[in-house]
Write a protein that binds this ligand. Sequence first.
Ligand SMILES: [Zn+2]
Ligand SMILES: [Zn+2]
Length: 369
Amino acid sequence: MSALPTASRAAVLRKFKEPLAIEEVPIPAEIEPGAALVRIEACSICGTDVHLWQGSLSLKVNLPVIIGHEMVGRVMTVGSGVDRDSVGNELRVGNRILYTHTACGKCYFCTTARKPTLCDNRRAYMYENMERYPYLLGGFSEYGYVMPDAGRIRVPDGVSSELASLSSCALRSVMNALSQVGAIEPSDVVVIQGAGPLGLLAAANVRVRGACKVIVIGSPASRLQLAAEFGADLCIPVDTTTPAERLEQVLAVTSGRGADIVMEFTGVPAAFTEGLQLARKGGRYLVVGQLGEGKFEFQPSLIVKKNLTIFGSFSGDARSYSLALEFINAQQHNFPFEKMITGRYKLDDVNVAMERMKNFQEIKPVILV
Ligand SMILES: [Zn+2]
Ligand SMILES: [Zn+2]
């Protein structure tokens, strides 16, 4: 512990919509049993970071906070009892890890319901006041604190910190969602709504899982070009077509039936109504992107008459992080994941990166701390 500094530079949000300030934040002198202190190597930026910054999240934020939640850290110090990661790999000082929001493992949702992301005692990074111990609960920081109940997964040596960072939120959410939707048959046509990071990663996943046809609906054109590189057979621009035209295109390639599986990664409430139309009778609809307060009218009888199965999926647990790292490790030469990393910034330039993310000029910028 003696070699460690006593403070960490970190990007702090004190007031919504105001620029982040780089401040000196204390490094906790005490590391609790089961906890760890990491030197953060990379932390990519997510739409959620922008929403939190703008004060538009429906979750409670205890200002001031350190923003960032997609961090990869190198273990510097561990509390007592830390010798394995969450899936049984040996874990030592010097290893790189991804770490998760917490799940207590002792509540109804962790155990009986087997949905640890819905844990009653969940604590999440970047939502807690950074003036209180253990201070370092956000990713845009030199150092980070891994809470005792946080899952932690060792990053395979062959996966760069940038790609691990990408796996920590976008890809783990996709892995969790796909685990819920069930098997994809070789005859399945899958429609993916959204060509952002989640949509692109879902396209690659669905391709690997053997879907017969992958259709991505999104914008702009450059994203759709990328979607083709991530496994889409057909890309439909959302900005130059009407919902009726898009439905027609999907029906045209599914013998008039509609898609076997539709997946929503847009966050746009109107997309839900469209998804119900795009799914075939007896189809499955996976809804992942809807996190805001927006509303949109839809016709509930469609769910009954088409006998649809609708899944919601929130965030991802330690298992999903592990699957995400396995996926990226195995597939990193088959898909151009590095093209999703559109900008690399120093901690001091975090406001430039956040501003560009807000203006949709980036897919996944990363802060290299
Ligand atoms: Zn995220
Ligand atoms: Zn719990």
